[in-house]
Design a protein around this ligand. Structure first.
Ligand code: CA
Length: 254
């Protein structure tokens, strides 16, 4: 729960706007995020990180109009995920994922109770001074969605920005320096984060930050790329995402 508490603290610190379930802008603007509807792919959706087949899945929605969607399961033992993620980071197909081990109450040792499940988009270039809307369809217990800004085109390989996972993989490989707290060696490359809090919803719903577009370069003018980070965690369970849209806020440049 430690991470959860830290994250919630960060959310408050960042002055996060709570998402509304109504898209504040017409969705006619061009989606800057390729394959935001997850409909293109092969085993895993194109233009996003790979699924792992254990905590993240690329599935057909029961409604054929939706096509493919992303499914999360946060009710997975974190220890099992960390071992499997090492394989995924080395290029093992998610089709070979192990069956998840049983989880037990109070489930604080699950991904839900610890690191959460992260799913990153590829990097999208942003323009200095421009503002952006982020909207998505979600179903499940609610989650956080981040727009994360980088000064240079970031490494988009699996778990590239997940310090704890990188440390675990290093440790599992036995290549880490002995007797050193690796955590302190991992340096995040991002310089800016903006957040969208998605409320729980039993049905598909569209979420956005009403009247508050993201301004990646407002206080960090060196931001040149952003990635979308989908981040469900507590409670343990299933979450679904579709139609992630990043669009430019037109009045910012007019
Ligand atoms: Ca879709």
């Amino acid at each position: 729960m430690k991470y959860l508490i830290i994250l919630l603290g960060l959310a408050i610190f960042a002055g996060t706007a709570i998402a509304n379930d109504v898209d504040p802008k017409p969705s006619i603007a061009k989606n800057l995020l390729p394959n935001g509807d997850f409909n293109e792919g092969e085993i895993t959706p194109h233009h996003w990180q790979t699924i792992d087949g254990l905590s993240t899945f690329w599935v057909d929605d029961p409604d054929p109009k939706r096509g493919k969607v992303l499914k999360f399961d946060t009710d997975v033992q974190q220890a099992q995920a960390y071992v499997w993620w090492k394989n995924i980071s080395e290029g093992t197909s998610p089709l070979g994922a192990p069956k998840k081990l049983p989880t037990v109450e109070p489930k604080y040792d699950t991904l839900a109770g610890l690191d959460g499940v992260w799913f990153w988009s590829d990097a999208i270039p942003v323009e200095k001074g421009a503002e952006y809307w982020l909207t998505l369809d979600a179903k499940g217990a609610g989650m956080l969605v981040w727009l994360v800004g980088y000064p240079e085109k970031p490494d988009c390989s699996f778990a590239a920005d997940e310090g704890a996972v990188r440390e675990s993989i290093t440790k599992q490989n036995g290549t880490g320096p002995p007797n050193v707290r690796n955590r302190q060696l991992f340096v995040h490359k991002y310089v800016w984060k903006g957040q969208l809090a998605v409320q729980p919803s039993a049905e598909w719903k569209t979420f956005s930050r009403r009247e508050k577009p993201f301004a990646p370069t407002k206080n960090t003018p060196n931001v040149k790329y952003v990635r979308v980070l989908l981040y469900p965690f507590w409670p343990p369970g299933e979450y679904f995402v579709d139609n992630v849209r990043l669009t430019r806020h037109s009045s910012a440049t007019e």
